[in-house]
Design a protein around this ligand. Structure first.
Ligand code: ADP
Ligand code: 3PG
Ligand code: MG
Length: 392
């Protein structure tokens, strides 16, 4: 599964085109709200600087859908990167074309250039060959370090590596190494904790763990359709419609695979007219109340289920954890991992940020920079941005 690494790349005095994932959360004014993805790219960038490369960075930010939209400019990212590197990082105002060519040709050893948002061009997401060729012309060597985007078959992630000698960056190598431990003979017992909101998106993820994991702990709004098929009234909690069949099939498959499925037995609700959050056992939720967190009994059951494990994978909050009234389930269950020996991994766009905000990253040996990419990787799916790179 290992890919040819950048240590083998001839970079001294060369123009090295690096795909990074600088798709970071933004403040309303466009400033960088969370720079973890930039910080995690630094080992690769420092390596290139020390090796005397002329580095041309490319990334997307948000989903501008093929139009130049100043709200998604990478200039604030360049300023943050420049502060982290302690040297200027100029931005080529157009991703490809004369200016980008000239700026990249003028780079000296150890210098950096950041191209403006790849998704300002429709050719990026369409993987247009002409756009990929224009990008490839900017460099002599390609390094893939955008782990968070390797599940996309775009011009910068598959078009360019087909045209240049290509290598995996240090972040990609590290992500692949750590996440592989969840796929290839994980140390058992192996527990998977999944929450969040998008049930349809997460059913394939849950299904992929049947037989591979020993326990699945399901919380958050994701638990609602599972609780609904057991006939429990969920008050005014939203239940994604049309999933009864899929959920019933899943529970049956879990039984034959001998993968234990743990669901909430009590919940914390938002109850109109009551200012405090209230706890109800399943079956007694008032008709106008909405379940927004797992309850204290469920917390204890989940914490006990994680206590004897050797491997834990977590994606998705167990409640609406951005609201302190509904964060305790996520905070206490994930916080308990700090006292459990073993290998613990967190992944997911919202999850990684929440883990930091809730102060529970200490319980994890690895927090992925990937959202969708990490979830596809742990399912064992082939990721186009990795498949295209030569093996080690
Ligand atoms: P990730 O991006 O990490 O994969 P998701 O996008 O699936 O995670 O889910 C994150 C969102 O799910 C959070 O914004 C959280 O508020 C929401 N959520 C989780 N549980 C509930 C719930 N019971 N009711 C409403 N929203 C919930
Ligand atoms: C992510 O944040 O998951 C990656 O940067 C990919 O972004 P996308 O979902 O807009 O393709
Ligand atoms: Mg999300």
């Amino acid at each position: 599964m290992a890919k040819r690494g950048m240590q083998e790349a001839p970079v001294h005095g060369r123009r090295v085109l690096v795909r990074v994932d600088f798709n970071v959360p933004q403040e309303p004014n466009g400033q960088v709200a969370d720079d973890r993805r930039i910080v995690e790219a630094l080992p690769t960038l420092n390596h290139l600087r020390a090796a005397g490369a002329r580095t041309i960075l490319m990334s997307h930010l948000g989903r501008p859908e093929g139009h130049k939209d100043p709200r998604f400019s990478l200039r604030p990212v360049a300023r943050r990167l420049s502060a982290l590197l302690g040297q200027p990082v100029p931005v080529a105002g157009d991703t490809v074309g004369i200016e980008a060519l000239e700026l990249s040709a003028r780079l000296q050893n150890g210098q950096f250039l950041l191209l403006e948002n790849l998704r300002f061009h429709p050719g990026e997401e369409a993987n247009d060959p002409a756009f990929a060729a224009q990008l490839a012309r900017l460099g002599e060597v390609f390094i893939e370090d955008a782990f968070g985007t390797v599940h996309r078959a775009h011009a910068s992630t598959v078009g360019v590596p087909r045209r240049l000698p290509s290598f995996a960056g240090l972040l990609v190598e590290r992500e692949v190494h750590e996440l592989s431990r969840l796929v290839t003979s994980p140390s058992r017992p192996y527990a998977v904790v999944v929450g969040g909101a998008k049930v349809k998106d997460k059913l394939p993820l849950l299904t992929s763990f049947l037989g591979r994991a020993d326990r699945l702990l399901i919380g958050g709004a994701l638990a609602n359709p599972f609780l609904a098929v057991s006939g429990a009234p969920l008050g005014a909690s939203p239940v994604e419609p049309g999933l009864e069949g899929a959920v019933t099939d899943f529970l049956r498959a879990a039984e034959s695979a001998r993968t234990e499925v743990l669901l909430p037995t009590d919940v914390v609700v938002d109850h109109p007219g009551h200012s405090e959050a209230e706890v109800y056992p399943l079956g007694q939720i008032p008709s106008d109340a909405v379940a927004l967190d797992i309850g204290p009994e469920t917390r204890s059951r989940f914490i006990a289920a994680l206590a004897g494990t050797n491997t834990v994978f977590w994606n998705g909050p167990l409640g609406r954890a951005e609201d302190p009234r509904f964060a305790e389930g996520t905070r206490s269950v994930l916080g308990s991992l700090a006292g459990v020996p073993g290998f613990h991994v967190a992944a997911g766009g919202d999850s990684a940020r929440l883990a930091h905000d809730l102060g529970v990253t200490g319980g994890f040996q690895f927090v992925s920079t990937g959202g969708g990419a990490a979830l596809e990787f742990v399912q064992g799916l082939e990721l186009p941005g990795l498949a295209v790179l030569p093996d080690a």
